[in-house]
Design a protein around this ligand. Structure first.
Ligand code: GTR
Length: 405
């Protein structure tokens, strides 16, 4: 942590800044149609976020395989089906596996799905004794019994407040979740996890324009999609990628890159996620790069304390999701993530949605707390802290049902 850094939480101290227009190309051409957005502007913005922010994926896989490890037709007391599917990816004769935990409603036909990572293991999302405990390294979290970086029985079900699984199932949705530590351990070390599969002999870190951990997490959400789109009980046209905080950043990037995701939910994703960097409110580019030097591409550090040099801001990451439904959510006490910056980002992404005839967030005035605006682009700020709550899920389910039914 930079000892001198004091986060700005005072709106009157937010200096004026120039926000790039999503509908003007880097060479100053005006985008007037959805076709020219798709052909000119979208690719150059993808290229910017790839090479300067999250980093490029250095190649393609040699192989991917899926194996059902466990399943039950009467999980959660008969409420749902459960499936635990091992995904194994191979590159350069090295491989990595991760487990997708799925709960699906018991009914004939294909269910829409929320797909997202959890922070401390699949077994934390609900108190179900049959969920396999990951052997992957974890950040410690004493409040849920994780010490020594090992996941154990002790934390089973202890994060259930973040996953309204019963509500999802009752509303006809499935859930697919993965422990993100199985993709790349969340520590300052890029020699392990997914990155290591792609290295040339002797290489220990990605090139400057290549992926950090968020890029790896995002890319593996697409590998999870490779499985779920072939699951006969999932409606592949209604897979909504979800993530909280750092995992919300990953969900946004996955949704921007991979158009198979029908919708995207960013829960309190903050800096490097939904929040506008140029506001420098709460967490800043320099702070995130200093505290988490391995999350983004090395190139992103060029913008430390130099946000004015950013040729694109995070509203353009959101715009890359257009015309697909997008939900940005904030929490009132989560000033570090800059709720207003998250809101304005959704507002400034709206002209791109308009180009496709989709309704975004037209007003630049934030709604009151617990008063969601739910259009194709949706936003709410709820009371409370940086977290995922029952309230958040109630809104996501309601909105998804309106958008996709
Ligand atoms: C914080 C980080 C945020 C956010 C958060 C989280 O320490 O500064 O950007 O990602 O972690 O993931 O909970």
């Amino acid at each position: 942590m930079n000892a001198q850094f004091v986060a700005n939480y005072d709106e009157s101290q937010v200096a004026e800044f120039d926000l790039p227009d999503p509908l003007t190309t880097f060479s100053n051409k005006h985008i007037l149609t959805s076709t020219s957005w798709n052909e000119l502007r979208r690719p150059e913005l993808i290229n910017f976020f790839e090479s300067q922010v999250f980093g490029k994926v250095p190649g393609t896989l040699d192989a991917i395989a899926f194996e059902v490890e466990e399943e039950s037709n009467s999980a959660l007391g008969g409420l749902a089906k459960r499936r635990q599917v091992k995904v194994t990816i191979t590159k350069n004769s090295r491989s990595l596996s991760f487990l997708i935990l799925l709960y699906l409603p018991i009914k004939i036909g294909r269910a829409p799905l929320f797909l997202g990572y959890n922070f401390h293991g699949n077994h934390t999302v609900i108190n179900d004794p049959d969920i396999i405990i990951s052997k992957a390294w974890s950040l410690n979290n004493e409040s849920i019994g994780i010490t020594n970086h090992i996941l154990t029985e002790e934390s089973r079900g202890l994060r259930s407040s973040r996953w309204a699984i019963t509500k999802m199932i009752e509303a006809g949705y499935g859930l697919a979740t993965i422990y993100y530590g199985e993709i790349d351990p969340d520590k300052n070390d890029l020699t392990d996890g997914l990155h290591s599969l792609f290295y040339k002999e002797g290489q220990i870190r990605p090139a400057k324009d290549e992926w950090g951990s968020i890029g790896a997490w995002a890319w593996a959400l697409s590998r999870a999609m490779d499985y779920v789109e072939n699951d006969m009980e999932v409606d592949k046209t209604r897979v909504i990628v979800f993530g909280h905080s750092r995992l919300g950043k990953a969900a946004l990037w996955a949704g921007a890159m991979d158009e198979r995701f029908a919708g995207v939910i960013s829960n309190d994703s903050g800096c490097g996620g939904a929040a506008l960097s140029k506001r420098k409110f709460g967490e800043t580019v320099a702070q995130i790069n200093e505290n988490f030097p391995y999350w983004f591409s090395a190139n992103y550090k060029k913008y430390n304390n130099a946000e004015e040099k950013l040729p694109a801001d995070q509203h353009e990451l959101l715009a890359l999701i257009a015309p697909r439904p997008l939900y940005v959510a904030s929490a009132q006490e989560d000033e570090w993530a800059d709720p207003k910056g998250e809101f304005l980002s959704a507002h400034y992404a709206t002209p791109v949605y308009s180009l496709f005839g989709e309704a975004g967030i037209s007003s630049n005035e934030m709604p009151g707390v617990n008063s969601p605006i739910q259009n194709t682009v949706a936003y709410h700020i709820r009371t409370g802290k940086h977290d995922v709550t029952e309230y958040d899920w109630e809104q996501y389910i309601k909105w998804a049902t309106e958008q996709f039914d």
